[in-house]
Design a protein around this ligand. Structure first.
Ligand code: TLP
Length: 349
C-alpha cells in the first residue's frame, strides 16, 4: 500500500506507524524514563534484550545515536575503532565518533558481501607502541547498507568476535536491519547478535515504528551507556509513547520482512532486464536494490531519479551513476511492477 499518491523507494525509513502502533501509542502507560520509571520503555528494552540474547537494552532516539553511545561506552578519547570503509558509522553519521567522542576511525575495505577480511582486521589492530592509538572496538554492519543490503552469517560474526576478543577488542554490530538479516537466513536474530559485545537495531526502518532504536549488551555495559546517552542529550522522559510502537514493531512486523525481500528480488529482476541498467543480482539479499546506469547513456543518477519521480516513483541517487531503491511495508508487489515500468520508460526517454 503506498503512503501517498507515489511509490517511495528511497528508504525503509519512510515507513509510517501502523494502526496497531497508533493504538498502542495512544494507550501507552508512561513515566519518567530518566528515573527509569517508564513501564513501556522498560518493557521494550527487556523485549529487545531478550530478542538479541543480551542482558539489557537501552532505548535511543535513532540508529546513529545507538552507534555513537556504543562507541562512547567502549572507547575513551584518542582510542581507535576499526570500521569498514563503506560502513554507515564511517560514511553517514556525520563523523560522530571523532566529532563527539574524539574516537579515531581506522577504515579497512568492505568486501562485496559487507564483510571485512580477517587479514585486513589483523593488519589494522595496533601494536602496543606509544605512537599509536589503542584499538578498542571493531564494528560490523548487518545487513550492510552500502554493499547492497547483504547479510553476514553467524559463523562469520563469531569468527570476527573470537579474533578481536582474543586481542582485548570489543565487537559492536550496527544491526540497523539485523532482523532483515535474520529473516533472509531463516534464523533467530539472536544467532547474529550472540557473539557481539553490543548491538544496535532500528525500530523505525523496515519495522515501521515512527522513532527509535535499541542498543543491547551486558547489564554493566548498558549501565555505563545510560550515562553516555545522557551526555549527548538522549535521556528522554515519557517516551513510552514511542516505545509502545516499538513493541508492536518487534511483535508484529518482523516476519513480514520476507515480503519486502521478495519485492526487492522482483524489482532487481526487472532492472536486470532493462537495457541501459546493470545490477549485481548476488547483492540483492534483503530489501535493498542498488543498480548502475550504463556509462554510454547520456544522463546520470540524479536525472534518472528526476524522470522516475515524474512517473511518481521516488528513488535515491547514491553515486554519479548509482541508484538505490529500498522495499518496505508500504510498497506492494503491484507497485513494484509499476515502478519497473516507470523505470523502463525513464531510461528509454
Ligand atoms: N540509514 C539511512 C541513511 O542514513 C543512509 C538509510 O536511509 O538507509 N546504520 C545503518 C546501517 C543505516 O542504514 C542507518 C540509516 C543507520 C545506522 C542510522 O539510523 P538513523 O537514521 O535512525 O540514525
Amino acid at each position: 500500500m503506498s503512503l501517498n499518491n507515489y511509490i517511495d523507494l528511497r528508504s525503509d525509513t519512510v515507513t509510517i506507524p501502523t494502526d496497531a502502533m497508533r493504538e498502542a501509542m495512544a494507550k501507552a502507560v508512561v513515566g519518567d524514563d530518566v528515573f527509569e520509571e517508564d513501564p513501556t520503555i522498560n518493557r521494550l528494552q527487556e523485549l529487545a534484550a531478550e530478542r538479541m540474547g543480551k542482558e539489557a537494552g537501552l532505548f535511543v532516539s535513532s540508529g546513529t545515536m545507538g552507534n555513537l553511545v556504543a562507541m562512547l561506552t567502549h572507547c575513551q578519547r584518542g582510542d581507535e575503532i576499526i570500521v569498514g570503509d563503506q560502513a554507515h558509522i564511517f560514511y553517514y553519521e556525520a563523523g560522530s565518533s571523532s566529532a563527539v567522542g574524539g574516537i579515531h576511525p581506522h577504515t579497512i575495505p568492505n568486501q562485496r558481501d559487507g564483510s571485512l577480511k580477517m587479514e585486513d582486521i589483523e593488519d589494522a589492530i595496533r601494536s602496543d607502541d606509544e605512537h599509536f592509538p589503542i584499538t578498542r572496538m571493531l564494528a560490523l554492519e548487518n545487513t550492510h547498507n552500502r554493499m547492497g543490503g547483504t547479510y553476514l552469517t553467524p559463523a562469520y560474526t563469531k569468527q570476527v568476535a573470537d579474533f578481536v576478543h582474543a586481542r582485548g577488542i570489543k565487537l559492536h554490530i550496527d544491526g540497523a536491519r539485523i532482523f532483515n538479516a535474520a529473516v533472509a537466513q531463516g534464523i533467530n536474530v539472536r544467532e547474529l547478535a550472540q557473539a557481539a559485545d553490543s548491538v544496535t537495531f532500528c525500530l523505525s526502518k523496515g519495522l515501521s515504528a515512527p522513532v527509535g532504536s535499541v542498543l543491547c549488551g551486558s547489564r554493566e555495559f548498558i549501565r555505563l551507556a545510560r550515562r553516555r546517552r545522557k551526555v549527548i542529550g538522549g535521556g528522554m522522559r515519557q517516551a513510552g509513547i514511542l516505545a509502545a510502537a516499538g513493541i508492536v514493531a518487534m511483535e508484529q512486523m518482523v516476519d513480514r520482512l520476507s515480503e519486502d525481500h521478495a519485492n526487492a528480488t522482483k524489482l532487481a529482476l526487472g532492472i536486470a532486464g532493462t537495457p541501459g541498467l546493470s545490477i549485481d543480482l548476488a547483492s540483492v539479499q534483503t530489501n535493498m536494490v542498488y543498480f548502475n546506469i550504463d556509462p554510454a547513456l547520456p544522463f546520470d543518477a540524479v536525472e534518472l531519479c528526476r524522470r522516475a519521480w515524474a512517473g511518481k516513483v521516488k528513488m535515491l541517487d547514491t553515486g554519479t551513476r548509482r541508484i538505490r531503491a529500498v522495499t518496505h511495508a508500504w510498497v506492494s508487489g503491484d507497485e513494484i511492477d509499476t515502478a519497473i515500468q516507470v523505470l523502463q520508460e525513464a531510461v528509454r526517454r
